[in-house]
Design a binder for this molecule. Structure first.
Ligand SMILES: NC(=O)c1ccc[n+]([C@@H]2O[C@H](COP(=O)([O-])OP(=O)(O)OC[C@H]3O[C@@H](n4cnc5c(N)ncnc54)[C@H](OP(=O)(O)O)[C@@H]3O)[C@@H](O)[C@H]2O)c1
Length: 244
């Protein structure tokens, strides 16, 4: 599918990885719906950056803990742009908690934003894509789905569910819509990581480097434009960390 003239929604696109993905999609000629929750100013600046380069972008705010808001987000994008061709599920809750500290609230937030919202967003967007005859859904997963992080257990479980969702929806939305995931290693370390631990980790990764938001964005572009033959796949992008 070529991205030129298409419409792409990226969740959590005000900052960090989601922002890089939205800018990359705009760079390929797609109109971008930049979703945010709290980072409105960042999202507006991303939209302004797209406009300055001659592209089309609009900001949409929604709390993805709410299914009603998630479904309304898809409806608002279709209302604004007339269609939706690409959905990138990038918004995420990544909260550090030792096993004994995990509360029901932590569990619910991790599952709601990392798994439940992507499902309802994908179902609503997927229905529109099928009517149009084509579409791409890409969800940002994490190698924690396969090697859970001890201090991020609900997050890791949610990402494992996201990869199962990818397979289920790839089957359910075929043949019109391709549904894939990207399992990232470290690309933009969270601010609460300790620097010495990160440096030890970097030296253990076969690639001897962390990834970048650009690595993630290029993989999204590949799954949208580079092939229509991948579906139900999770592309691992971790510098070899899982094979270490
Ligand atoms: N960064 C990495 O190194 C890394 C590694 C592995 C996997 N990943 C995956 O790649 C994706 C992007 O990573 P990231 O580090 O850029 O993510 P992030 O900074 O942790 O979160 C992205 C955005 O998610 C949004 N969000 C959180 N809760 C929300 C809610 N209730 N409703 C709506 N939006 C909500 C926030 O938007 P607002 O700021 O607008 O509130 C936030 O800016 C994530 O799915 C992550 O799991 C990242």
């Amino acid at each position: 599918m070529t991205l030129h003239g298409k419409v792409a929604l990226v969740t959590g696109a005000g900052r960090r990885v989601g922002r890089a993905i939205a800018l990359a999609l705009a760079g390929r000629g797609a109109a971008v719906a930049i979703h945010c929750r709290n980072s409105r100013a960042d999202a507006e600046s991303a939209a302004a950056e797209v406009a300055a380069r001659g592209g089309r972008a609009r900001v949409f705010a929604a709390n993805l803990e709410s299914i009603a808001e998630s479904e309304a987000l898809i409806a608002a994008v279709i209302e604004a742009f007339g269609r939706i061709d690409v959905l990138v599920n990038s918004a995420s809750v990544f909260t550090r908690r030792a096993l004994d500290e995990i509360t029901e609230r932590d569990w619910d937030a991790a599952l709601a934003v990392n798994l439940k919202a992507p499902f309802f967003l994908a179902r609503a967007a997927g229905a529109a894509m099928r009517r149009q005859g084509a579409g791409k859904i890409v969800s940002l997963s994490d190698i924690a789905a396969r090697r859970p992080f001890l201090n991020y257990i609900p997050y890791s479980i949610a990402k494992a569910g996201l990869e199962a969702m990818t397979v289920a929806l790839a089957r359910a939305l075929a043949p019109e819509v391709q549904v894939n995931a990207i399992a990232l290693g470290v690309v933009a370390p969270s601010e609460d990581y300790d620097r010495a631990g990160l440096e030890r980790l970097r030296r253990r990764i076969p690639a001897r480097r962390f990834g970048t938001a650009g690595d993630a964005a290029r993989a999204v572009i590949f799954l949208c434009e580079g092939t229509d033959f991948a579906t139900g796949a999770t592309l691992t992008l971790d510098g070899g960390r899982l094979i270490d």
